[in-house]
Design a protein around this ligand. Structure first.
Ligand code: SF4
Length: 399
């Protein structure tokens, strides 16, 4: 038996992939520890240059305290040479996510089955329903490292949701790289049907979607979100830019007008959050102002701001004319706008009730993914009923 630890960088899909490796190692009888171990797995990210560099640092740190380190995930697939020069105990596994867990477990060496049903260590369970992307945004490396879109069988997804609920997870997040592409043609499932059926799992209290492209926010999905009582009142819809010229240069498949038109009916019902890239090659000051205006018009609150960084192999790989200081300044302005919108939304919760899933001591998220500060005695992993008492810089303080 080996001792191991698994960590991940990046998005929810990276988190799910890391846990798949973890579960495979546990199934094979290895023991997870939170200190120096025989084996470390670092599931890496390559979405920006900075993400790759953080991944490398994490692998180097692990190499000092573990006998063997497996570097897996998007960073390993895109840029195995980014991990060149690390100590000899670092093994870079450049494989598709479907093959990685079995490969790592096989290399570590399977020994007797002792823990076949490992509970995820997080409060909410992320269930991957789809991987890869067949869109081709001009800045994005994901289609290269994860391949084209493919979906899990609906039966397998629904079984996993039931298993997570049985393990005690009260909230499940359906996760994918491009979730709206979900299809199980043989079983006649698309994402709206999957939402309805997963949401009806006995014992499940809350269902979320990780992220959805605006192209997939259609009548069928909106109806499924509205008519499934367990679905949370939150949607994360990447915008990337609020300027039509920049959206065209990015190779995105929508205009600002489409983005606004599709979200307009949802503004009152849902908390809408997003991703935006600042400093894309075609983004001048006027285009950036358009993005600020679009964020306001769409009623977006929390924005994850990504300073543009060229990724190898992409259409825009050779272009990065916006100076770092300008990216920084635009990022700060956008974050300030986002914070202002969050404070305004949190203000509407004062004197009102909500149900918060406590995901760490003293903190949790409400139905619409607004952050709450709850008492330190609130039980982690449980839903607690709260009432908004005050607004802080970090969230809503509960009575
Ligand atoms: S939709 Fe575009 S940004 Fe998102 S993963 Fe696919 S190619 Fe990348």
């Amino acid at each position: 038996m080996a001792t191991f630890s698994v960590r991940f960088l990046g998005c929810k899909v990276s988190h799910v992939d890391a846990h798949e490796i973890r579960e495979h190692l546990l199934r094979d009888g290895h023991a997870e520890v939170d200190h120096a171990a025989d084996v470390a797995v670092v599931n890496t990210c390559c979405v920006t240059h900075e993400a790759v560099s953080k991944s490398r640092k994490e692998a180097a740190r692990a190499a000092r305290t573990h006998r063997r380190v497996y570097v897996t995930g998007c960073g390993a697939n895109l840029q195995a040479d980014a991990f060149a020069g690390l100590p000899e105990n670092v093994v870079v596994v450049a494989k598709r996510s479907e093959e990685t867990a079995a490969y790592v477990a096989g290399d570590v060496g399977a020994i007797g089955c002792v823990q076949a049903d490992a509970r995820l260590d997080r409060v909410r369970a992320f269930v991957k329903v789809q991987d890869g992307c067949s869109f081709s945004c001009n800045f994005c490396v994901i289609p290269f490292v994860r391949g084209p879109s493919r979906s899990r069988r609906a039966e397998d997804v629904l079984r996993e949701v039931r298993r997570r609920v049985a393990q005690g997870h009260r909230e499940v997040v359906l996760t994918g790289i491009n979730l709206g592409c979900y299809r199980d043609r043989d079983a006649g499932f698309d994402l709206p049907r999957l939402v309805r059926e997963a949401g009806a799992t006995p014992g499940l209290e809350r269902l979320r979607l990780s992220s959805i492209e605006i192209n997939h926010v259609n009548d069928a999905l909106v109806a499924a979100l509205r008519e499934t009582p367990t679905v949370a009142r939150h949607l994360h819809v990447p915008l990337q830019s609020g300027d039509d010229g920049v959206l065209r240069a990015m190779g995105r498949r929508y205009s600002v007008a489409t983005y606004l038109r599709r979200l307009a009916p949802l503004q009152e019902e849902l908390n809408l959050t997003s991703d935006v890239i600042v400093g894309f090659p075609d983004e001048d000051e006027r285009a950036f102002e358009n993005t600020l205006a679009t964020v306001r018009a769409a009623g977006l609150t929390k924005i994850h701001v990504f300073p543009y960084s060229p990724r190898p192999g992409t259409v825009t790989a050779a272009s990065d004319p916006v100076p770092p200081a300008v990216k920084k300044e635009r990022g700060a302005r956008l974050r300030a706008l986002s914070h202002e919108a969050c404070l305004a939304r949190w203000g509407t919760k004062l004197g009102r009730d909500d149900v918060v899933l406590v995901d760490r001591p003293g903190r949790g998220y409400g139905d619409d993914y607004s952050p709450w500060l709850v008492g330190d005695d609130a039980p982690v992993g449980m839903f607690v009923r709260v009432r908004g008492a005050a607004i802080t810089e970090e969230g809503i303080r509960a009575v």
